[in-house]
Design a protein around this ligand. Structure first.
Ligand code: PXP
Length: 246
């Protein structure tokens, strides 16, 4: 059965919108920990959170609290920096997903260029692997990127589904074909192949033809639905769709 990683960054974004400068206030809400608990009750297979270099949503303390209190695997998304590797080595999440980070972006745009950053990536993959953390690289669905990720020793990749999500008609078909080829290459190289970004309740059906997918990381659409049905139910709904389609 394909697994569901629930990304709860938006819960922290909402909190920061009001309390960024008063995080020790007794009024602080919503709680990232309660969100992780609700996702767990709804059937999430893992919790994903992204601690960005600028700490614009998740704070280090959020990551440590979720790590301590939630018995699900924790997936830390992070930039490929020494600061973040140090954080990961202290936090010891089950998985780390290395993503590119640009200061001005609203959310992660594009995948890592594994060729361009091969030296630093291989060093950081080794450091974290030696600490027992399974490292994933967030890459565009390109066979060459997948093969390079495997060459650098990453046991896992996450295929960027942003272009898939933002396309329609013939372009959507082309994106599905790219994802199929990249997933095939990943499986041939012995990698766990995950996917994420922009996946929602509506486009999931088109993604279901992509083979070898191990886990989907989904955030925005689940948090949006949670406004109307609650987070636990929104996660439950996504799990039901995954069971129906995959
Ligand atoms: N995977 C990665 C690597 C991401 O950066 C994000 C967005 O934070 C997601 C998955 C989840 O994307 P979405 O919020 O669009 O579901």
């Amino acid at each position: 059965m394909i697994l569901l990683g629930v990304n709860i960054d938006h819960v922290a974004t909402l909190r920061q919108a009001r309390y960024a400068t008063m995080l020790d206030s007794f009024n602080v809400e919503p709680s990232v920990l309660e969100a992780a608990r609700a996702a767990w009750r709804g059937g999430a297979d893992s919790i994903t959170l992204h601690v960005r270099g600028d700490r614009r949503h998740m704070q280090d303390a959020d990551a440590f609290l979720v790590r301590k209190e939630i018995p699900l695997p924790l997936n830390l998304e992070m930039g490929n920096t020494t600061e973040m590797v140090d954080l990961a080595l202290r936090l010891k999440p089950d998985y780390v997903c290395i993503v590119p980070e640009n200061r001005q972006e609203i959310t992660t745009e594009g995948g890592l260029d594994v060729m361009l950053h091969a030296n630093e990536l291989s060093l950081n993959i080794r450091k974290m692997s030696e600490a027992g953390i399974k490292v994933s690289l967030f890459i565009d669905p390109e066979v060459c990127q997948v093969e390079m990720a495997a060459k650098l020793g990453a046991p896992m990749v996450e295929l960027h589904t942003g272009c898939f999500a933002n396309s329609q008609g013939e372009l959507r078909t082309q994106e599905v074909t790219r994802l199929q080829a990249a997933a095939e290459a990943g499986a041939n190289a012995g990698l766990h192949v995950n996917a994420g970004h922009g996946i929602n309740y509506a486009n999931l059906e088109d993604l279901a033809v992509v083979p070898h997918l191990h886990e989907l990381n989904i955030g925005h659409t689940i948090v949006c639905r949670s406004l109307f049905v609650g987070l636990e139910q929104a996660v439950r709904d996504m799990k039901a769709e995954l069971a129906r389609l995959f």
